[in-house]
Design a protein around this ligand. Structure first.
Ligand SMILES: Cc1ncc(COP(=O)(O)O)c(C=O)c1O
Length: 344
């Protein structure tokens, strides 16, 4: 690592970029993927006409590696990230990154950085960012002539300030993240540029992130800026919003499986009419690779704060149990009966 491992204060890392020694790069040209290689430079040189620069022909993924007590470095469900990237590339008319190339990229960077992977018990993890951009000489609106697939890693701590399992606030802003049949369900870079202003507006109201309602009627819960939503209802069931315009989260899928198969709760994915159902919600949580499971203490909508988890003072017991189950599997502290982790 450029920053020596010894100089990193693992337990106080936030979610920001720390440069590591090597990244993986592969090119697609004339319909064929190159083998790809590990390279030292964090900089990229691309043609000024590259479609990524003008038309946002770009997509990415995000996953984490964690160090187990026995020293193994574990990836969490990387096959699902690869599949999701495949759906996104199809939507953006980009070439599919074959699973063998995706996994080689991810594993070779993690292995190259192995000495720099956060130690077990430090609370930090190694965030992995695979991405694909359309490059090459171009002017008109059409798919790029060439593509670059890259993977870099960065050690990270908690995504939200406060760290670990702490209560966050969300705010419903008068902006949409996605259109009904737009890009919401895909991890397209363009979605995130559009969300920057909403996040800033939410933060100015005292929230960490924006909470989006459905773009057609502004009634049904969608997701937060970088996390899906899971709800423990007062009747004891777990519900997650169903929508065609949210990103299908790997974490959400895992959390819902843990809720049904380990905690024995009744689970459903269905439209959730926020204001009509708000009084039936006991625990509200945001989940994602970066957010893990973040309990939501309160949500602001139209000048009113709605409270969850009691009065927003404590973390609900179901959210706590799901957080423990998920993170113990991810860190290799609990038997992985689902076969979700993969040692690098
Ligand atoms: C918009 C959005 N929703 C949800 C998620 C969570 O998805 P995952 O659990 O696959 O990280 C992310 C990414 O972290 C995201 O960017």
């Amino acid at each position: 690592m450029n920053q020596s491992k010894k100089s990193i204060d693992w337990s106080n890392l936030g979610f920001s970029y720390v440069e590591t020694d090597l990244r993986f790069s592969a090119r697609w040209r004339d319909g064929v993927w190159g083998d790809g290689e590990l390279i030292p430079s964090a900089d990229m040189a691309v043609h000024e006409g590259s479609p990524v620069l003008h038309y946002a022909q770009a997509c990415f993924e995000g996953l984490k590696a964690q160090t187990a007590p026995n020293g193994d470095v574990l990836l969490f469900r990387p096959d699902l990230n690869c599949q999701r990237m495949g759906r996104t590339t199809e939507r953006l008319l980009m070439p599919t990154v074959p699973e063998s190339l995706f996994m080689r990229g991810v594993e070779s960077v993690v292995r190259a950085d192995g000495a720099g992977s956060p130690p077990h018990g430090s609370g930090a993890s190694l965030y992995i960012r695979p991405f694909l951009i359309g490059v090459g000489e171009n002017l008109g609106l059409r798919p790029a002539p060439e593509y670059e697939f890259r993977v870099f890693v960065s050690p990270v701590g908690p995504y939200y300030k406060g760290g670990g399992l702490s209560l966050i606030n969300l705010a419903v802003i008068d902006l949409d993240r996605a259109a009904p049949k737009g890009l919401g369900a895909f991890k397209a870079a363009a979605n995130y540029a559009g969300g920057l202003l909403a996040t800033q507006m939410a933060q100015s109201l005292g929230a960490q992130e924006a909470l989006y309602l459905d773009p057609a009627e502004h009634r049904f819960l969608e997701e937060a800026g970088s996390a899906n939503i899971v709800l423990k209802m007062k009747d004891g069931s777990m519900v997650t919003p169903e929508s065609e315009s949210i990103l299908p989260s790997v974490t959400r899928r895992s959390v819902m499986t843990l809720a049904s198969d380990v905690l024995g709760l009744s689970v459903s994915e269905r439209p959730v009419d926020f204001l009509a159902e708000v009084d039936d919600i006991d625990e509200f949580a945001a989940c994602g690779t970066a957010a893990v499971i973040s309990p939501v203490g309160k949500i602001r909508m139209a000048d009113h704060w709605y409270h969850f988890h009691g009065d927003g003072e404590m973390i609900g017991p179901t959210t706590q149990k799901l957080y423990d189950l998920l993170t113990e599997i991810q860190r290799g502290e609990r038997e992985d009966t689902f076969g979700w982790t993969r040692a690098v």
